[in-house]
Design a protein around this ligand. Sequence first.
Ligand SMILES: [Fe+2]
Length: 397
Amino acid sequence: MILSTRQFHFSYPVWVEFGCGISRRVHEKAASLHRRRALVVSDAGVARAGLLEPIMASLEGAGLQATLFTGVESDPCGEICDRVAALAGEHAGDSFFVAVGGGSVMDTVKAAVVVAGHGGSALDYQRGGKKIEKSCPPYIAIPTTAGTGAEVSPYAVISDPSRKKKVVLEGPQLWPRFALLDPELTLGLPPRITAETGMDALTNVVEAYTSTGTDPFAQALALKGAAMIGRWLRKAVAQPHNLEARSNMLVASMFGGLCFDYAGLGAVHACSHPLGAHFGLSHGLATAVMLPAVMEFNLMACPELYRDLAAALGADVRGMDLMQAASAAPLAVRRLMEDIGLPRTLRELDIPEETLSLLAREAMQERANLCTNPRVPDEGQMLDIFYRAYYGPGGRK
Ligand SMILES: [Fe+2]
């Protein structure tokens, strides 16, 4: 990045607050919204973990009429977002939402507030569709995983099952009014979910750091986020009740959401959407398995940046030449994936090899993500990236 040639801005409309136990004081933030109906949206796993009672008690104790919906499923489709929007009924002007969960819950609520404010159906408002221009009910985001950073971004990714596609909704109305980061809510999250969501956070910071749209603000957050994930993700997986590890992962994940909002993402996210849409891979797992392959493809476009990332991830790059040091970054990612027990290839995930061309073709259509990737692949190169992700380092034999 040549700073003298760039312009950048930052201003941020979300009040972000971090602290153990902070979610039990959600009513304090709700009071400033001046609305009486709280629509708390979550999923069955969060309900089973007992995380919702204190939040409901906080809202009801403050005299608010609180309604609970726990029917969000992973990989939310437009229809579930419409159902959540319908909770507001004709009282949208007196309602606010509280999203308690991971990326799927956040995305559902974001799309639901758009529908509650505009009418119609969530899929109508995907990029290129109807404009999101009216005011929408506000919402409070309370993440229960450390991964997407969706609690601080104005984007929602939902699926359109009829077209086997993931679509994006985007607009300032999708920002929460408050994001409450309470690491206690992530204690006890199973190791596999911790690992997958943590790799999404890592992908967000890696792509934002190396994006052609990056800036010093985003890079500072991204590099710090990478270092925190490199240091703490293993511990969060190994010790699900390690509050310090959970706290660091939650803040790193928020850094990821913030920095990709400013800087944009890259080819990993372009590849992850068709993998999710066709094979139902979680976003975290899809990004994890593509990340080292894309990094290896990108290396020579910005080796200095990958050298920074390698060092942030704990690799000792002293004495290495530039390309060696840059190559240490994807190696560090593969090592991390191995340590936290994630499959490292598409082959291990039973993705049929004959579908790689389709996946590559569809990834090439994800222009919004590809346009900020530091090296723009053509379709043949994109297919090579998928083969590398399929077979591991070395790619197609
Ligand atoms: Fe992501």
